[in-house]
Design a protein around this ligand. Sequence first.
Ligand code: UDP
Ligand code: MG
Length: 145
Amino acid sequence: MYSIRAGSVERGLTGEIIKRFEQRGYKLAAIKILKAPETLLKAHYADLAGKPFFPHLMAYMQSGPVVAMVWEGKEAVKTGRVMLGATNPLASAPGTIRGDYSIDIGHNIVHGSDSVESANKEIGLWFPEGVVEYTRPHVDALIYE
Ligand code: UDP
Ligand code: MG
């Protein structure tokens, strides 16, 4: 589960970020733009509640709309984290989303689930209506061997 964060939507990076996952071959299973409610963000970031940067993180995530997405495919969580880059953008390689579009850790553009377990938890929080199931017979045959 990914969310393009508030400042990134304002900066016009939404299409650029979506494009990277599409071009890689991942399948878009859910997407929406929303102003994330505080209750949702608190559940999403429950494990970070005691951290000193938590208030800033909550303010950043509520400073405007975010775009929540679910991308599916082989190793989508692990590879997605590589595509995002390191948590601190200054340590992110050029070519990664954070490495190409951000500088400060608190404004690092995009969230990505860190494990399949957290992805499933986060998909339940952000998409209680469920994701869209469909097949891409021709495309998948060209992407996967
Ligand atoms: N964060 C921060 N300062 C820190 C660590 C994290 O502002 O010292 C922010 C940063 O935006 C990060 C988010 O909190 O993306 C969630 O932290 P996490 O450790 O889950 O990093 P991520 O999984 O996003 O790479
Ligand atoms: Mg995280």
